[in-house]
Ligand binder design. Structure first.
Ligand code: CUA
Length: 335
């Protein structure tokens, strides 16, 4: 067995490189993009260099402390202060190891920040606390759908504060900065569903700003895009408004803050909200009707329900008239 294979199999038995149930290793999530190999190699290179150096240096240190300790009956002798070959060795060797780290890392960095031409482009909007992905057809969803084995480019913007988009399985991460477009790209190589996180603290509900990235076959991807493009029609048949509303409720990120089962999240639950008398922070109250629901979607801070802090983003301009009607119909139906 050669030393490298031995190292690899011993790290496997230690669980360091063993496959976890989700297809990752102890240190790394599953590898599902072309970046993974480069990033993981760089990581393990730095990992092993650090581990071996630490053990070697501390080992020699411990050995010296014991061997040359002061003890009765042993006369201390003056030792040489200088050894040129030794000093060259411990300067040049780490120098080479670190230079390899730099160039390997820099090459990976350049690859990641240079999107290939003709990549499939998806617009991303981050807003406290959900994601919106808009596809070339103009359709959008709160989850990311990706065609397998194709270069994908994300053009990202934030509607409020600093966010950051991170898909660990792709080894891809980029800040989403208010006031400018940020771009990132990757090429998914493995079918499946992967976590997509916000990795920049963006307010009290930052930890709920999680969604999914789905890597789909070409056929499934086309089907998904068709369904997204027109939620009002399925297989040539008109879809009831209440069903469209339910779909949009998920797609537009409403579920991030509102449940329909009575439990409170960041926002009030919408179960049985229609026809109910609601008290507001300004001391007024009203019976919830279609107009109130509509206003709450478009101008959420007009009337804030007592005991909530009114952080909902406005959906003005983010919903078509027909979509708004469908959402109102759906919310009316919740009891
Ligand atoms: Cu958005 Cu954290």
């Amino acid at each position: 067995m050669n030393p490298l294979t031995a190292l690899f199999s011993s790290s496997q038995s230690l669980g360091l490189l063993a496959q976890t149930s989700k297809g990752g290793t102890m240190w790394m999530p599953p590898a599902a993009s072309t970046f993974a190999e480069h990033v993981d190699f760089t990581f393990y290179y730095i990992y092993w260099v650090s581990l071996i150096s630490t053990v070697l240096i501390l080992g020699v240190l411990a050995f010296m402390i014991v061997k040359y300790r002061q003890r009765p009956g042993v006369k201390s002798v003056r030792t040489p202060t200088h050894n040129t070959p030794l000093e060259l060795f411990w300067s040049i060797t780490p120098g080479i190891l670190v230079t390899v780290m730099f160039f390997w890392g820099f090459k990976g960095y350049l690859d990641m920040y240079t999107p290939p031409a003709n990549a499939y482009e998806i617009q991303v909007t981050a807003v406290k606390w959900s994601w919106e992905f808009t596809y070339p057809s103009g359709a959008s969803d709160s989850e990311l759908h990706l065609p397998m084995n194709r270069d994908v480019r994300l053009v990202m913007k934030s509607d409020d504060v600093l966010h950051s988009l991170f898909i660990p399985a792709f080894r891809a991460k980029m800040d989403v900065v208010p006031g400018r477009y940020q771009k990132m790209w990757f090429k998914p190589t493995k079918l499946g569903t992967y976590h997509l996180f916000c990795t920049e603290y963006c307010g009290t509900q930052h930890s709920t700003m999680i969604t999914w990235a789905h890597v789909l076959s070409d056929e499934d991807f086309d089907k998904k895009m068709e369904a997204l493009a027109n939620p009002f029609e399925r297989d040539g048949v008109e879809v009831p408004a209440v069903e469209v509303g339910e779909l949009l409720f998920k797609r537009k990120g409403c579920t991030q803050c509102h449940t329909v089962d009575g439990t409170a999240l960041t926002g009030p639950s919408l179960k049985g909200v229609f026809g109910k008398t609601e008290n507001f922070r300004d001391g007024t109250s009203t019976v919830i009707d279609e107009n109130y629901i509509r206003e709450s979607i478009l101008v959420p801070n007009a009337k804030i329900v007592l005991s909530y802090d009114g952080v909902m983003p406005s959906y003005q301009g983010r919903l078509k008239e027909r979509e708004l009607d469908a959402l109102v119909t759906y919310i009316k139906s919740l009891h």
